[in-house]
Design a protein around this ligand. Structure first.
Ligand code: ZN
Length: 855
C-alpha cells in the first residue's frame, strides 16, 4: 500500500510552519542550532537594520560565486539566496560510488553546508541534472521549459529579491546547456514574476514581484581589454578585508566552496583584491552600485521606521562582552514589528530578530531523541533542554511536542508533577542563568506516520523533473523535519516562540559530536544485493537480501515477485527480530527464462495479514554533512543476456569510484581490486586483464610510477583496458604504449547513432559479434573526454556524434603491442554496466578479451 504523500507532506507542513512565509524564512535554520560568535552576532544585528535582498541564479551545485554570496550576506548584509536549478545528481562523485538520486542528496547537503559558512540561503527548482547538455534548447526540452520557468518565478515571488544576478550569460558562453538555460530562464522569470497573468495558480500563495534589476556576474580574463562599444560593467572588490570577520569575503568563500567535496572542489583562499564585474541585463540602470536606487532601510516597510529606529538602538548599545544589553531594544523592536501589517519583510525579519535574541542571550534550545530512527506506531523518548546563559529574565512557558500526551518535568522527585493533556497547565519555569531545564517526553507515533524521505524523491521521477507533492515544497532545499517541537518562552509580557527540530545526537570517536534529524522509517526494510541482477546464461542463482528490523520484536515474511518467465524460490521467508537494528540475510533462488530480456524483481513484506511493497534503507553518511536516510522501493532490475567469459582473472585499478567490479563479479569474473602497492609489487601477468577505472590517472598519483609496469604487462601478454580520465591533472602523459592526447569531446545524446569503423576488428567480434543493436538502450550519455589525436598504430573502432556536430572517432582505441593488447575508451561503461545495459555489457566483455582467446 502506497502512502498518500501529498496529504502527509501537507500535514507535516502545517505542523512545521503555520505559515508558508515562516518555512521560507527559516530555510537556513532547519538543520542545526546556530552558534554565533561575537562577529556573527554583530553582523546579525547589523543585518537586521538592512532591508534588501539579492538572488543568485545558476544551474548546478558549484556554479555559485561563494565570494559574492559572502560579500552580499555578510558585507552588504542583504538577505541573499542561491537558486541552483538542479541538485547536481548527474555529475560524477569523487568521494564515493553514489550516483543519481543519492548523489543529488549529497550535493543538496553540501550546498547547505556551504551556505552555513557564507550566510546565504539555498533554493532549487524541480529540474533534474540529467547530465551534460550541449544546447539550452535540448536542456529546456528535457526539463520542460514552462515547468522549470514556473519554479524560478515561484522562488522569485517568495524570496522577492531586489537584485537578481545570473552566473552565466544567455549567449552560450557558459558552455553547458544547463548554464545557458539558467540565464535564459532568469531573464524570462524577471518579468514573468511581476506579471499576474503568468502562473496565476501561484497567486493563491504569493504576490507578483518585480525585482529592480537583473545583472550578469560577468567574467573577464586578467588584463582583458574591453572594446569601447562593449556594454558598461560595474566592478566590485570582493577581496576587501572585513575587520569584524578577520578575513575577506573571497577568503571566507574558500571554506564555503570546499564543502563541494563530492566534486573535489576544495579551494584555497585568495587574498588581496578580487574584482568582480556586473553587466545590466534588464531593469533599472546601474551607475555606482548593485543596489542603486533601492531603499535598503525600514522605511520601505509600511510603518517600519519605528522598528528601524529600535534596531539601530539595539546595535548602538551592542557590546561583545555584554550582548544581553541589546535585548531590551530587540524586544521593543519585536513588539513594534508585531504591530505592523503582515508584510513579507515582517515575516523574514521576525525570524532574524528571534535568532538575534537567541544569540544575545546565549539561549540554547534542543530536542534530542534517544534513537536516530523511529517507526510508525512506536515510541521514542525525546529530551528537551532550554538553557539561558544571560541575566535576561526568561521563563519557559511550555514546550509543545507532537505525539506526546504527557509532559514530565525533571525536578526533584518530591515535586515531580506530570502534566496531563499536552500542557493544559503551563509549568512556567524560570530559566535561571546557566541552569539548564530538562524535560523528557515520550512520543507515541501514529501507525500512519509518513516515512522520512527527501520530498523530491518521495515519488518516482522522469528524466527531466522531480515529482513534488505540493506547491509549498517547490524550491525548498528540503522539507520540514519529521518532528518539530515548539518552545514558548516569556520575558516580561512578551512571548517568544521557537521551532526546534527533533534530532539525534551521538559522539563519533573521530569527528566528535554529530547530529541528524530524527528519521521515521519502516518497521522492516529489505535491501536486495544489487540494484541490477545480471544472468549471463540460463543458470539460476542465489539472490541475497539484507533484511533489517527497525523496532524491537518486528517480524514479517519477505517475498520476491519477478517478471513473467522468471521463477523465484521459496515463496516467502519469515524473519523475526528481537532488538531494533538487527539484520538477517535471506537467500532466494532466481531462475531466469531462456530468452534474453529484462524485468523487475520487487520485494514485498507480509505481516499481520497485510502485504505491502518493501522499502530499502540507504544511509548517506559523510563527515562534512548531516547523515541522510533514503527509503527507495526495494526492487532490482533483472537482465538476462548471453555473455561469454573469455577471460577469468581481472585486476581492477579503481579511480574516483565506479560500480563496474561488482557487475563483473556478477558475470562470473574473478575481480581483484589492485592497490598502489599491488601494482608496484605483484606479478601482474597473473591477471588475464587489468582494467583501469574512471579518473584513475587523475586521482592516484602513484600510477605515474606504476604505469611503466602496466605497459610492460601489455608487452608481456596482458590486456590493459583504460577508461576515461580528464585531460586536466593527469599524473602521467603516457597513458598507452603509443601517444594520444585527450580532449573534452563528448557525446551526450545516449541515443546518438554509432558507426562501426572496422567491422572485422577482433575487439568487435570476439567473443561477441558487436552489432548496431548493442548501442540501444544506453543511459545518460555515450561517452566523454575522448582522445582527439592518436598515433596511427591505434585502431579507432567507433564513430559517433551529437546531432548537428562533426563525428568524433576517439571513443574506442585499440592496439596490440608486444604480446598483449591495449584499449582506451571514453565510452561511459561506468554508467551503462551498473544500469544493466545488455549491449554495453557485451562490448565491455569484448574489451576484456582484448581481441584474442586466452584459452
Ligand atoms: Zn555548472
Amino acid at each position: 500500500m502506497e502512502r498518500n504523500v501529498t496529504r502527509s507532506s501537507k500535514a507535516r507542513l502545517a505542523a512545521g510552519a503555520t505559515v508558508l512565509g515562516t518555512l521560507w524564512a527559516a530555510a537556513l535554520f532547519s538543520q542545526t542550532t546556530p552558534v554565533m560568535d561575537a562577529a556573527e552576532r554583530r553582523i546579525a544585528l547589523e543585518k537586521l537594520t538592512v532591508v534588501g535582498s539579492a538572488l543568485y541564479i545558476g544551474a548546478h551545485p558549484d556554479d555559485e560565486n561563494t565570494a559574492l554570496l559572502a560579500w552580499l550576506a555578510k558585507g552588504r548584509k542583504v538577505r541573499t539566496g542561491y537558486l541552483s536549478l538542479t541538485r547536481g545528481d548527474g555529475g560524477q562523485n569523487l568521494i564515493g560510488t553514489e550516483q543519481g538520486d543519492p548523489l543529488g542528496v549529497i550535493r543538496t547537503e553540501e550546498l547547505l553546508a556551504a551556505r552555513r559558512i557564507d550566510g546565504a540561503e539555498q533554493f532549487f527548482t524541480r529540474a533534474v541534472d540529467f547530465g551534460y547538455s550541449k544546447t539550452p534548447e535540448e536542456t529546456l526540452r528535457i526539463w520542460g521549459r514552462e515547468g522549470v520557468l514556473a519554479d524560478v518565478v515561484w522562488v522569485i515571488r517568495n524570496f522577492r529579491p531586489d537584485v537578481i544576478i545570473t552566473r552565466f550569460p544567455a549567449n552560450g558562453d557558459g558552455g553547458h546547456g544547463h548554464h545557458t538555460a539558467s540565464a535564459i530562464l532568469a531573464a524570462e522569470a524577471f518579468s514573468a514574476a511581476a506579471d499576474p497573468k503568468r502562473f496565476p495558480e501561484q497567486l493563491a500563495y504569493v504576490r507578483p514581484w518585480q525585482a529592480k534589476r537583473l545583472v550578469w556576474n560577468a567574467w573577464r580574463r586578467p588584463g582583458e581589454e574591453r572594446p569601447a562599444t562593449a556594454p558598461p560593467q560595474l566592478s566590485v572588490d570582493l577581496g576587501v578585508w572585513d575587520p569584524i570577520l578577520g578575513e575577506s569575503y573571497a577568503e571566507l568563500a574558500a571554506a564555503s566552496r570546499s564543502m563541494h567535496k563530492s566534486q573535489g572542489f576544495g579551494a584555497s583562499p585568495r587574498r588581496g583584491s578580487v574584482l568582480n564585474y556586473f553587466e545590466l541585463v534588464a531593469g533599472a540602470p546601474i551607475s555606482s552600485g548593485l543596489f542603486d536606487g533601492i531603499d535598503l532601510t525600514w522605511t520601505r516597510v509600511p510603518g517600519g521606521e519605528a522598528v528601524g529606529t529600535l534596531l539601530a538602538k539595539a546595535l548602538a548599545v551592542y557590546s561583545d562582552e555584554d550582548p544581553a544589553a541589546s535585548v531590551p531594544a530587540l524586544l521593543e523592536a519585536l513588539a513594534a514589528l508585531d504591530g505592523l501589517e503582515r508584510d513579507p519583510w515582517v515575516v523574514v525579519k521576525r525570524g532574524e530578530l528571534l535568532e538575534a535574541v537567541r544569540a544575545c542571550t546565549g539561549l540554547w534550545l534542543e530536542t534530542m531523541a534517544a534513537n536516530a530512527t523511529v517507526t510508525p506506531g512506536s515510541s521514542v523518548d525525546v529530551t528537551a533542554v532550554a538553557l539561558n546563559r544571560s541575566d535576561v529574565p526568561l521563563t519557559l512557558v511550555r514546550v509543545v511536542m507532537p505525539y506526546s500526551p504527557r509532559l514530565y518535568i525533571d525536578r526533584p522527585e518530591a515535586t515531580r508533577t506530570p502534566t496531563i493533556g499536552g500542557g493544559t497547565r503551563d509549568p512556567m519555569m524560570p530559566l535561571l542563568k546557566n541552569q539548564p531545564v530538562t524535560l523528557v517526553f515520550a512520543l507515541s507515533f501514529p501507525s500512519d506516520e509518513p516515512y522520512s524521505q527527501p520530498y523530491w524523491l518521495a515519488a518516482p521521477h522522469g528524466v527531466g523533473t522531480y515529482a513534488v507533492p505540493g506547491q509549498e515544497l517547490v524550491g525548498l532545499p528540503h522539507g520540514p523535519p519529521a518532528i518539530t517541537a515548539t518552545f514558548v518562552l516569556r520575558v516580561g509580557q512578551q512571548e517568544l516562540v521557537y521551532e526546534v527540530p527533533v534530532m539525534h545526537r551521538w559522539t563519533d570517536p573521530v569527528a566528535g559530536e554529530r547530529t541528524r534529524d530524527l528519521a521515521v522509517v519502516p518497521r522492516v526494510t529489505v535491501n536486495l544485493e544489487a540494484p541490477v541482477l545480471i544472468f549471463p546464461d540460463r543458470t539460476r542463482r542465489v539472490v541475497r537480501a539484507l533484511v533489517r528490523g527497525h523496532e524491537a520484536n518486528a517480524s514479517a515474511t519477505v517475498k520476491l515477485a519477478a517478471a513473467p518467465g522468471w521463477r523465484v524460490e521459496p515463496q516467502g521467508i519469515p524473519v523475526a527480530f528481537e532488538k531494533a537494528g538487527e539484520e538477517r540475510t535471506v537467500r532466494f533462488t532466481v531462475t531466469p527464462p531462456e530468452a534474453q530480456g529484462g524485468g523487475e524483481l520487487v520485494a514485498f513484506l507480509q505481516s499481520g495479514g497485510r502485504e505491502e511493497r518493501a522499502r530499502s534503507v540507504v544511509e548517506v553518511d559523510r563527515s562534512h554533512i548531516p547523515p541522510q536516510t533514503l527509503l527507495p522501493p526495494a526492487s532490482a532490475r533483472l537482465v538476462r543476456v548471453d555473455v561469454a567469459r573469455p577471460v577469468k582473472r581481472v585486476g581492477y585499478v579503481m579511480g574516483s569510484g565506479d560500480e563496474i567490479p561488482a557487475i563483473l563479479r556478477q558475470l562470473g569474473f574473478e575481480v581483484t581490486l589492485l592497490s598502489d602497492d599491488d601494482l608496484e609489487e605483484q606479478n601482474l601477468l597473473a591477471f588475464d586483464t587489468i582494467v583501469v577505472g574512471v579518473r584513475a590517472y587523475n586521482t592516484r598519483p602513484r600510477l605515474a610510477e606504476a604505469q611503466e609496469r602496466l605497459l610492460a604487462y601489455v608487452q608481456g601478454g596482458g590486456t590493459l583496458v583504460v577508461q576515461y580520465s580528464t585531460s586536466r591533472d593527469l599524473v602521467t602523459e603516457r597513458l598507452g604504449p603509443y601517444p594520444f592526447t585527450l580532449s573534452r569531446d563528448r557525446v551526450t545524446d545516449e541515443a546518438a547513432p554509432v558507426k562501426i569503423l572496422i567491422p572485422g576488428s577482433p575487439l568487435l567480434t570476439y567473443p561477441h559479434a558487436v552489432e548496431p543493436a548493442d548501442f540501444d538502450g544506453w543511459v545518460q550519455e555515450r561517452g566523454l573526454y575522448f582522445p582527439e589525436k592518436w598515433d596511427p598504430r591505434y585502431q579507432a573502432l567507433l564513430s559517433m556524434s551529437d546531432p548537428g556536430e562533426p563525428a568524433t572517432e576517439g571513443a574506442l582505441l585499440f592496439v596490440t603491442s608486444g604480446k598483449g593488447s591495449y584499449v582506451y575508451t571514453g565510452l561511459a561503461f561506468f554508467r551503462q554496466l551498473p544500469a544493466g545495459v545488455p549491449g554495453a555489457i557485451r562490448l565491455f566483455v569484448n574489451l576484456l578479451a582484448g581481441g584474442r582467446s586466452h584459452a
